[in-house]
Design a protein around this ligand. Structure first.
Ligand code: C2E
Ligand code: MG
Ligand code: MG
Length: 747
C-alpha cells in the first residue's frame, strides 16, 4: 500500500518531464535539416512500424520495429528529432492499448524521456549522433551498443517503476519479471538501425524506402515462418498434451482397474468373511440346538436321549467283548412332592440342581449321568469289574444325598431310592435297561424307600404281570366283573347275626374268583380302588335296603363296607356316601364304614374331621385291623368311632395262649372308650370260647361263616333269627354256595 500512493504522482511527474523534454526538443529542432524523408520516416514510425512487432522465438518476447526507426531518426536527424518521433510513436501505441489519459500520457512520456536520456548520454560520450556512423566500424558499433543499452535501461526502468508502484511490488522484482529480455530487442533494433542507415547513406533513403515492400514481404515470410514454428510447436505441444492426456487416461484407467480389482478382491474377501461368519453362526446355533436337544435345561445334565445313545454304545461293547459289564442306576427322590408343595417350586428346582452336582461328584470320568425328568436321574457306570462296584456307588450316592440341602435359608433333608440294573451282553435296547432299572427302583420304594434294590428277572415278570393286572382291572370295572361277598358278624352272646361285612371279589374270566388281597394294592396304587369301593358301597346299600324291606320288624342289623385309605382321604368321599344312601334309600344307621387303623392315624387331623362328618350323617364307623397300626391313644378317644375290629392275627394266636392279654386289653380299652369290639378271624370253638369269656361282644370268622353271596346271606338271615351260639354249625351249613377264594381255600 505504501508504494501504490506514489503511482499516480509518478505518472504525472513522468508526463510533465516528457512534456518538458518534447518542448526542449522542439525548441532546438534543426528545422533546416528536416526534409520530406524525415516526414516519411516519422509517418512510417508512427503509423506502421509500431504496429509491426517481431517476435523472438523461444524466449517469448517481441520488439516493435518502431525502435529501429527511432534509432534511425536519431542517426540521420539528431536527438531532438528522435525524441519527438519517439514521443509521437509512444502516444500512438498508448492510444492503441488504452483510452485512459494516464496510461496514454505515460506511454508517450516514457518513450520521450528515455529517448531524450539516450541522446544526451550518447552525445556526451560520442558527440553528435548524426556523425556516429562516419567513424570506424568498431567505434560505430560501440556507440550503437551504448544507444541500445541506455535506451533499454532508461525505458525499462521508467516502465518498471510505474508498474511496481501500481502493483505495490519491489522495483527490482518487477523489472526482472517484465524487462529482462527486452535488452536483446533493443540491441537488435540498434543493429538494424545502424545497418539500414549505413546502407541508406550509400544507396539513398528512397532506395531503402523503395525496398520497404520487399522488406515487408520478408517480414511477412518471417512472420509466417514464426507462425509455422508456433503452429508446429503448438502441434507438438498438442501432440505432447494429447500423449500426456492419453498417458494420464491410461494410467487413470489402469489405476481404476487396479482399484476396481482391489475393490473386487476386497468385496470378495468381505463376502468370504461374511460367509465364514454365517457359517460360524450356523454352527453355533446348530451346537446350541444340539445341546438343547440332548440336555436338560434346569440342571444342564444330559437328557434321556443322550443317555440312550451312550447306552447303545455300551450294549455294543458288551456284545463284542463277552466280559464287558456295565450298570444303570435309576434314582428317584423320596417325597420330592412334599418339598415342592411345602417350599415351592423354586426350592424344588434348587434342590434338583444341587442334587445333580452331588451325583456328578460321585462318578468316575467314564460314567455318564442324565436327568430323565422330574426327580428321576439315571447313571451309567461303564466298564464294571464287579456287581459290588455298582452297589458301592449307590451307597456313596445315598450318603451324599443324606447330607442336608440348604434351600432358601432352611435345611432340608431328603433321601433317594435307587434301582440297580447290572447288564452284560443280553440287552438289545437301552429302553429295556432303563425299564428294568426303574422296576428295581420301584421295589426299593415299596420296600421302604431310602434304599437300593438290584434288579432280577422276577421283578420284570412281576412288573409285566402288574401291567396286565392293571389293564384287566380297568376292563373288569367296565364289564361288571366285581361281585360282593357277605360275611356275617355274629353276636357272641346271642349267636344272632348282628350284621354283614361286605368283601369284594373279582370274577376273573380266566383266573376265576380272585380275592381282594391280589388286586386291592394295585387298585389303590392306580386309583382304581375308588371306583371299586364305590361299586361295593352302592351294592351293599342296595342289598341292605332290600333286607330292611323284607324284614317283618325293623332289623337290628348293619352292613359294614371297607374303605381304602386312598378313598378315605379323597375329598369326594362324603358325596359318594350320601349318593349311595340316596340312591338306595337306605337309612344311614344301617351303614357302617370300616377304615384301617393306619389310614386314620396317618393323617389324624383330616381323619378326625372326615369321621365327624360321616358320623353327622348318622353312619357308624369301625376301625379295621386294630392293633396292626400305630394307634395313638391320645388320638383314639377323639375319633368318633363306634367299633374296634381286633385284627385276625391276634385272634389266631390266642389259641396258643399268646396274645390273650392283648386281646383282653383291647376289649377293655374299647369298653372304656364306649366302643364295641369285633374279633376278626374266629376259626375255632376255643377262640370263640375265650372271646366270650373276656366279654368280647362280636365275632367274625370261618367258625361262624365264610363270606357268602347275597342270596345265601339272605337265606341265612331268614333262618338265623333266634340261633344260639351253641348251634353255630347251623350257620355254617350251605355256605359253600359262593366259591371260596384262594385265601379261604388255604384256610
Ligand atoms: P378285612 O377288611 O380285614 O376283611 C376280613 C378278611 O378276613 C377277609 O378277607 C375275610 O375273608 C377274611 N376272613 C374272615 N374270617 C376269616 C377266618 O376265619 N380266617 C381267615 N383266614 N380269614 C378270614 P378278604 O375277603 O380276602 O379281604 C381281605 C382284605 O381286603 C380285607 O380285610 C379288606 O381290608 C380288603 N377288602 C375286602 N373287600 C374290600 C373292599 O370292598 N374294599 C376295600 N377297600 N378293601 C376290601
Ligand atoms: Mg374289613
Ligand atoms: Mg380286618
Amino acid at each position: 500500500m505504501k508504494r501504490k500512493r506514489f503511482s499516480k504522482p509518478f505518472i504525472w511527474l513522468t508526463t510533465a518531464v516528457g512534456a518538458v523534454v518534447c518542448a526542449l526538443s522542439v525548441h532546438s529542432l534543426p528545422f533546416g535539416k528536416l526534409d520530406l524523408r524525415f516526414a516519411l520516416l516519422a509517418a512510417v514510425t508512427v503509423i506502421i512500424s509500431s504496429r509491426i512487432s517481431i517476435q523472438i522465438p523461444r524466449i517469448n518476447t517481441n520488439t516493435t520495429v518502431a525502435d529501429t526507426f527511432i534509432f534511425m531518426t536519431m542517426l540521420l536527424y539528431g536527438g531532438e528529432a528522435a525524441v519527438l518521433v519517439a514521443a509521437a510513436e509512444g502516444l500512438s501505441s498508448g492510444l492503441r492499448i488504452s483510452k485512459t489519459p494516464r496510461i496514454v500520457s505515460f506511454a508517450f512520456a516514457a518513450t520521450a524521456v528515455s529517448t531524450f536520456i539516450t541522446t544526451r548520454v550518447v552525445e556526451f560520450f560520442f558527440g553528435p549522433t548524426t556523425q556516429l556512423l562516419d567513424s570506424d566500424f568498431s567505434h560505430a558499433f560501440f556507440a550503437l551498443s551504448v544507444i541500445a543499452l541506455v535506451q533499454y535501461f532508461a525505458n525499462t526502468v521508467i516502465v518498471a517503476i510505474g508498474i511496481s508502484l501500481k502493483d505495490d511490488k519491489p522495483i527490482w522484482q518487477t523489472w526482472s519479471n517484465y524487462c529482462h529480455w527486452v535488452s536483446i530487442t533493443y540491441l537488435a533494433g540498434a543493429a538494424a538501425a545502424g545497418t539500414v542507415t549505413a546502407i541508406s547513406g550509400k544507396a539513398g533513403l528512397y532506395a531503402v524506402m523503395g525496398a520497404m515492400p520487399v522488406i515487408f514481404v520478408i517480414y511477412l515470410t518471417y512472420n509466417k515462418y514464426l507462425d509455422d514454428i508456433k503452429a508446429s510447436a503448438k502441434k507438438s505441444e498438442l501432440a505432447e498434451r494429447a500423449r500426456a492426456e492419453a498417458e494420464y487416461a491410461r494410467a487413470e484407467s489402469e489405476r481404476k482397474r487396479a482399484e476396481l480389482a482391489e475393490e473386487h478382491v476386497e468385496a470378495q474377501n468381505k463376502h468370504i468373511e461374511e460367509l465364514e461368519r454365517i457359517k460360524k453362526d450356523l454352527e453355533d446355533s446348530r451346537e446350541h440346538f444340539r445341546h438343547a436337544a440332548f440336555h436338560d435345561s434346569l440342571t444342564g445334565l444330559p437328557n434321556r436321549s443322550l443317555l440312550t445313545d451312550q447306552l447303545k454304545l455300551s450294549i455294543e461293547l458288551a456284545r463284542n467283548s463277552g466280559d464287558h459289564m456295565f450298570s444303570v442306576l435309576f434314582l428317584d427322590l423320596d417325597r420330592f412332592k412334599n418339598i415342592n408343595d411345602s417350599l415351592g417350586h423354586a426350592a424344588g428346582d434348587s434342590l434338583l440342581i444341587e442334587m445333580a452336582a452331588r451325583l456328578e461328584s460321585c462318578l468316575r470320568p467314564s460314567d455318564a449321568i442324565a436327568r430323565l425328568g422330574g426327580d428321576e436321574f439315571a447313571i451309567l457306570l461303564d466298564g464294571l469289574r464287579s456287581r459290588e462296584e455298582a452297589v458301592r456307588v449307590a451307597e456313596r450316592i445315598q450318603e451324599e444325598v443324606a447330607r442336608p440341602f440348604s434351600l432358601g435359608g432352611s435345611e432340608v433333608y431328603t433321601t433317594t431310592s435307587i434301582g440297580i440294573n447290572i447288564c452284560s451282553g443280553y440287552y438289545d435296547n437301552p429302553e429295556d435297561i432303563l425299564r428294568d432299572a426303574d422296576t428295581a427302583m420301584y421295589h426299593a420304594k415299596e420296600n421302604g424307600k431310602a434304599r437300593y434294590e438290584l434288579f432280577d428277572t422276577r421283578m420284570h415278570a412281576n412288573a409285566v404281570a402288574k401291567l396286565q393286572l392293571e389293564n384287566d382291572l380297568r376292563r373288569a370295572l367296565e364289564n361288571d366283573e366285581f361281585v360282593v361277598a357277605y360275611q356275617p358278624i355274629v353276636s357272641l352272646k346271642s349267636g344272632k347275626i348282628a350284621g354283614f361285612e361286605t368283601l369284594v371279589r373279582w370274577h376273573h374270566p380266566i383266573r376265576g374268583l380272585v380275592g381282594p388281597n391280589d388286586f386291592v394294592p394295585l387298585a389303590e396304587e392306580t386309583g382304581l380302588i375308588v371306583d371299586i369301593d364305590t361299586y361295593v358301597l352302592n351294592e351293599s346299600c342296595r342289598q341292605m335296603r332290600e333286607w330292611v324291606l323284607e324284614a317283618v320288624e325293623e332289623p337290628s342289623l348293619t352292613v359294614s363296607v371297607n374303605l381304602s385309605s386312598k378313598h378315605f382321604v379323597g375329598q369326594d368321599l362324603i358325596r359318594r356316601v350320601r349318593q349311595a344312601l340316596n340312591d338306595s334309600g337306605l337309612e344311614s344307621k344301617y351303614l357302617k364304614l370300616e377304615i384301617t387303623e393306619s389310614a386314620v392315624m396317618d393323617c389324624a387331623e383330616t381323619a378326625a374331621s372326615l369321621l365327624k362328618q360321616l358320623r353327622e350323617l348318622g353312619i357308624q364307623l369301625s376301625i379295621d385291623d386294630f392293633g396292626t397300626g400305630y394307634s395313638s391313644l391320645s388320638y383314639l378317644h377323639r375319633f368318633p368311632v363306634n367299633t374296634l375290629k381286633i385284627d385276625r392275627s391276634f385272634v389266631t394266636r390266642m389259641a396258643k395262649g399268646e396274645n390273650t392279654e392283648i386281646v383282653r386289653t383291647i376289649v377293655t380299652l374299647a369298653s372304656n372308650l364306649g366302643m364295641t369290639v369285633v374279633a376278626e378271624g374266629v376259626e375255632t370253638y376255643e377262640q370263640h370260647h375265650l372271646l366270650r369269656e373276656m366279654n368280647c361282644e362280636y365275632g367274625q370268622g370261618y367258625f361262624f361263616c365264610k363270606p357268602v353271596d347275597a342270596a345265601k346271606a339272605s337265606s341265612l338271615l331268614a333262618q338265623a333269627n333266634g340261633l344260639s351260639s351253641s348251634s353255630h354249625s347251623h350257620l355254617l351249613q350251605g355256605v359253600e354256595q359262593i366259591p371260596p377264594t384262594m385265601d379261604e381255600l388255604a384256610a
